[in-house]
Design a binder for this molecule. Structure first.
Ligand code: PLP
Length: 420
């Protein structure tokens, strides 16, 4: 019997093969048919140190036998307390409060609701959110509203709320983007907040922009009293070469969203970090003024134990050193492809690299994408191009030999499918 499962971002009508994975270790996925796949995209940018990291797996096992789930309204537990303290110890200065949820999308929803509620509580209701062109923040209605309109959300467009879109600061157009933000912050319909993925927009096409622009964007928001929300769901946990991308810009946000690698990638957990001013806006002796948001698994103790083990790894092991050498290997391989006529716009930041395959049919729905995916699958690789954009975002334990295989297949993809 065929599987009854409806998979995400999957067109079942195309009947593309769906590998059955039985176990994983490091950067390797073991399939039920005995074959293996190198996970070149960290299973959707989630797995950081490697699959089934022993310290994280042990923490999960230990916690599962101690306290599995707890209502988090009016109750707490030590794994959550540890994660909150640990996060604040590592996060940009000025963030003092941690609100847990369970996915990147919910961490964004929470940040938006906190920001809008903040202005309401201050007696100055504001309803406008500024966003960066090509941004992606998740697939719930609020997260889609602040994301780029297009193929991911076209059907729901009438339901999405209006936002002010700031042009992407592409090379040579950085000042125009900053000027647009400056003007939007001063518009009569005063914005509540500006949300952006710092340094690199992920699902929007792995678009990199410079740290000084993030610094300036944060400064503009501060100058005009607009809250700055950093969505570090993808950029966090070392992907850009520092623990958080904001660090490179010295641009402390008012709200910061983290998820994916928060547990090292082992269990779903997210957090929205907030400044004291935002927390204080909700502080009152009236229950009607509290922040109304929750989900059943908020701060699940087993997920928090995984996150706590992950934070200990970050404190005690040289993860950044490991990322630096990984970035070097990626740079070497990218260098060998830079003169290949089938590729353009090679780019890299930290442990993320991308290039566009030249084709007359660019974009997310490019016909080249399924052909690329099946070539990569045949070569034993999990790579999932964004249309004609091929990218790697590997777990930090990926070996030299595994990189050789990833980049050999990318070159083959250029040879076979790229126009020149
Ligand atoms: N924000 C960013 C920048 C993301 O890249 C993603 C997912 O890729 C999300 C939010 C949504 O995260 P999740 O898929 O965990 O809901």
């Amino acid at each position: 019997m065929s599987s009854p499962i409806w998979h995400p971002f999957t067109q079942h009508g195309l009947e593309e093969p769906i590998p059955l994975i039985e176990r994983a270790e490091g950067a390797l996925l073991h399939c039920a048919d005995g074959s293996t796949l190198i996970d070149g995209i960290s299973s959707w940018w989630v797995t950081t140190h490697g699959h089934c990291h022993p310290r994280i797996a042990a923490a999960i096992a230990e916690q599962a036998g101690r306290l599995d789930q707890l209502i988090f309204a009016g109750h707490t537990h030590e794994p959550a307390e540890e994660v909150a303290r640990g996060l604040l110890g590592l996060a940009p200065a000025g963030l003092t409060r941690v609100f847990f949820s369970d996915s990147g999308s919910t961490s964004v929803e929470v940040a938006l609701k906190m920001a809008l509620g903040y202005w309401h509580r201050r007696g100055e209701p504001r309803h406008r959110i500024l966003v960066l062109e090509h941004g992606y923040h998740g697939d719930t209605i609020g997260a889609m509203s602040v994301g780029q309109r297009g193929v991911f959300n076209r059907r729901y467009e009438p339901l999405l709320f209006d936002v002010g879109t700031i042009p992407f600061p592409a090379e040579g157009r950085e000042q125009a983007s900053l000027d647009a933000l400056d003007a939007a912050c001063q518009s009569a319909d005063k914005p509540a907040a500006f949300i952006a993925e710092p340094l690199i927009l992920g699902a929007g096409g792995m678009l990199i922009y410079p740290a000084w622009v993030v610094t300036e964007m944060a400064a503009i928001c501060r100058r005009h009293g607009v809250l700055w929300i950093a969505d570090e769901v993808m950029t966090g946990w070392g992907r850009t070469g520092t623990l958080f991308a904001c660090e490179q810009a010295d641009a402390a946000p008012d709200l910061m969203c983290v998820a994916k690698g928060l547990t090292g990638g082992a269990l779903p957990l997210a957090a929205t970090l907030a400044s004291e001013a935002i927390f204080e806006a909700y502080w009152s002796d009236d229950r009607a003024d509290m922040f109304y948001h929750s989900s059943s698994y908020t701060a699940n103790p087993i997920a928090c134990a995984a996150a706590s083990a992950n934070l200990a790894i970050w404190r005690e092991e040289d993860v950044l050193g490991c990322i630096a050498s990984l970035s070097q290997s990626i740079a070497t391989h990218m260098g060998t492809l830079s003169s290949h006529p089938a590729f353009e716009n090679g780019r890299q930041i930290g442990a993320i690299a991308a290039l566009d395959i030249k084709t007359g049919d660019a974009g997310y729905l490019s016909d080249i994408a399924p052909a690329l995916r099946s070539l990569f699958l045949e070569r034993g690789l999990l790579l999932r191009p964004l249309g004609n954009i091929v990218y790697v975002m590997p777990p930090y334990c990926t070996t030299g030999g595994q990189f050789d295989r990833l980049f050999e297949a990318i070159k083959e993809a250029g040879d076979r499918f790229g126009s020149r």
